[in-house]
Write a protein that binds this ligand. Structure first.
Ligand SMILES: [Cu+2]
Length: 382
């Protein structure tokens, strides 16, 4: 799939004169991807046979019984204990060390392989919705887990994220707190994922190592910056949900800022901070999924998309790669921003786009994940 960035269009000198004279400006292209009522109805009809027998409840981490927390953690550790040598259609010989891979590492591998699709801004939420579903299916099929992955509602912890229940140090039910950065290269030292006799949670990428965290309120430790938790307060997130009805792009871009702050606040693997023992050039791969917090964090992102989808009738099937209400004058003014953020703009963003999951899954169209209560998804947020 070729992704046309707006920059490539703007930069194409042969295209510009045509643009300026054309009867239909790019604005026409921008709006053509809006979902119409007609397509919505036909899609609903086509998908009516995909009704779920029941919906699996996806719950907030702190509301789980201790045995349910322990069950999820132990299923994750089970995946990490299964040795696995992948068969990929995108096999590459030297990006990762071939040894010591687990089924859990397979998710880091796929996330890295598909990084551009998954993180080109318009496909971010739909791609991760299916990716999380693949992870849940693997937990159930391989490790005897019965539910969907829970979510971490970080808005509830924005005032004091360091003491969030997800960072509990209980050796069976806790995901552990921040790492020991003075003596142990930020390896976590408490909770069920810390190295202990008879229990190792070792990640393969970028080199084999125990889970690392380096929690901070300030990006790069720079106290002159605004604290990271300002971006995910309940008020901030609520206002993101309330604004821009029908405009998926604007919603997703805003919520992605909150999302980024959580990665940065937790640090270590979740923020792809390179292990101290290797040169930075060996870290030019994505391994953020190493920290199991990733899955709870992305379940929360998925939940917020679901809340937004249900907040306004225009939201449920909304999908676009540019703000909807852009005028021709606005478009012409966007020039400088576009030059700075080329990857964020895609005039051809479409809910027909087939998202790729490497060897892990068939391709999935964006519009096929709009409704997580039908088809192969079948979960609800409670
Ligand atoms: Cu991702």
């Amino acid at each position: 799939m070729m992704l046309f960035t707006l920059l490539s269009l703007v930069a194409a000198s042969s295209w510009l004169p045509g643009l300026l004279c054309a009867p239909a400006p790019p604005y026409g292209e921008i709006v053509q991807h809006l979902q119409t009522e007609e397509t919505t109805q036909s899609q609903e009809t086509a998908q009516s046979h995909l009704k779920c027998d029941s919906l699996m409840p996806r719950r907030e981490w702190r509301s789980l019984e201790p045995e349910d927390r322990a069950a999820w953690i132990s299923a994750v550790k089970c995946l990490a204990s299964q040795r696995y040598r992948r068969l990929s259609s995108h096999q590459s010989s030297n990006e990762y060390s071939p040894e010591d891979r687990s089924l859990y590492d397979e998710f880091a591998y796929t996330h890295n392989k598909m990084h551009d699709t998954a993180h080109t801004i318009e496909y971010f939420l739909p791609w991760h919705r299916w990716f999380l579903n693949l992870f849940d299916k693997k937990l159930r099929a391989t490790c005897g887990y019965s539910g969907p992955t829970p979510y971490w509602d970080w808005t509830l912890d924005s005032a004091d994220p360091f003491h969030a229940p997800v960072f509990d140090g209980n050796p069976v039910t806790g995901l552990g707190s921040t790492g020991e950065c003075q003596l142990k290269d930020c390896h976590i030292v408490d909770g069920a994922l810390a190295p202990s006799p008879g229990s190792q949670f070792i990640l393969a990428y970028p080199i084999p190592h125990p889970l690392r965290r380096n929690m901070t309120l300030y990006l790069y430790g720079d106290v002159t910056r605004p604290p990271l938790n300002e971006t995910f307060t309940p008020d901030r997130v609520q206002s993101i949900i309330e604004t821009s009805p029908g405009d998926f792009y604007t919603f997703q871009e805003a919520i992605q800022h909150s999302h980024n702050s959580v990665h940065q606040l937790v640090g270590g693997d979740l923020n792809e901070q390179c292990p101290g023992s290797i040169p930075p050039e060996l870290c030019r791969v994505s391994y953020t999924t190493n920290d199991p917090i990733f899955w709870l964090h992305h379940a929360q992102m998925d939940r917020l998309w679901s809340v937004w989808q249900r907040r306004h009738p225009a939201n449920f099937r909304a999908f676009n790669g540019m703000p909807l209400n852009i005028t021709w004058d606005d478009y012409m003014q966007l020039g400088d921003d576009i030059r700075k953020n080329t990857h964020n703009y895609d005039l051809h963003a479409s809910s027909d786009f087939m998202m790729n999951f490497d060897a892990m899954s068939k391709g999935v169209r964006v519009r096929d994940v709009f409704n997580h209560q039908i088809g192969e998804l079948c979960y609800e947020y409670v």
